[in-house]
Design a protein around this ligand. Structure first.
Ligand code: GRF
Length: 250
């Protein structure tokens, strides 16, 4: 416990300087926010060399809003940090930023507008059909703001992944960042987990701890957590992919 407090104190003291932890360096990455957050935060399991998949992972992605996690996956693929391809992005909001990102990044995108379906189950049947048509081996819910039903979960057992902005099992459900601020916890973070019928439940694949600073408001904490999400999601998908391929061999 003492150790945890000492780490958090160090993090808080470092934040007073607010700029980078490293001294000025000729290496631009050492001065970037990416580097800064990576040093302040703890990712578990620790990031390792990205595994290669033969053939590479074929993913489907679901998004409802901004789509920054979707873009982080695409960038990780482009940078060879994730050996995968995204066959299809499904969005439920026709005007969402995720759709515009898909257009810009050249990823096929289909709209399944939940307002046009008679029930959650009917929407999920359409999702299953789309992902099955694209022969995806796993589906990533990268900011999918709808509750999914056993229809989708059963179609992709242990192959449906969700990202949530808290250290689960704390702060499940809506506005996890607001919940963490309200609870005045010194550490929050983000989790990537396999989806089970209970919302924001299911086995955790990886987590990143993020300090909550006394100066934080909703926006600053959300942004710090999101920067970690963008690192955590690709490495979690790679971990899941290794499990899928091991299962297939046995
Ligand atoms: C993320 O914070 C994720 O944890 C939650 O929804 C948010 C989506 O953000 N499930 P974005 O659309 O990827 O920017």
């Amino acid at each position: 416990m003492q150790l945890v407090f000492s780490i958090v104190n160090k993090m808080n003291n470092l934040d007073k300087k607010e700029n980078c932890l490293t001294s000025a360096s000729s290496n631009p990455r050492q001065n970037s926010c990416y580097e800064k957050d990576a040093k302040r935060s703890l990712i578990w399991p620790p990031p390792q060399a990205s595994p290669k998949f033969n053939p590479r992972l074929n993913l489907g992605v679901m998004a409802s809003g901004n789509g920054s996690n979707f873009e982080a996956l695409v960038k990780a693929i482009q940078n060879s940090q994730l050996d995968a391809s995204i066959s299809i992005l499904v969005v439920n909001n026709p005007n969402c930023e995720a759709r515009r990102r898909a257009q810009r990044l050249g990823v096929p995108c289909v709209i399944h507008n939940h307002r046009e379906f008679s029930s959650r189950e009917e929407l999920d049947k359409a999702l299953v059909k789309t992902f099955t048509n694209h022969a995806v081996e796993g589906v990533v819910m990268a900011g999918w703001m709808r509750i999914v039903t056993p229809i989708l979960i059963a179609a992709f057992p242990n192959r449906l992944i969700n990202i949530h902005p808290s250290l689960l099992p704390s702060f499940r459900g809506l506005d996890a960042v607001g919940q963490a601020l309200k609870a005045r916890v010194p550490i929050s973070g983000c989790s990537v987990h396999l989806v089970t019928p209970q919302v924001d439940d299911g086995p955790v694949l990886a987590q990143a701890a993020v300090p909550v600073l006394s100066s934080d408001d909703h926006q600053s904490l959300s942004e710090r957590i999101q920067r970690m999400e963008h690192q955590l999601l690709p490495l979690s998908v790679a971990l899941a992919g290794q499990n899928w391929r091991n299962e297939a061999q046995n």
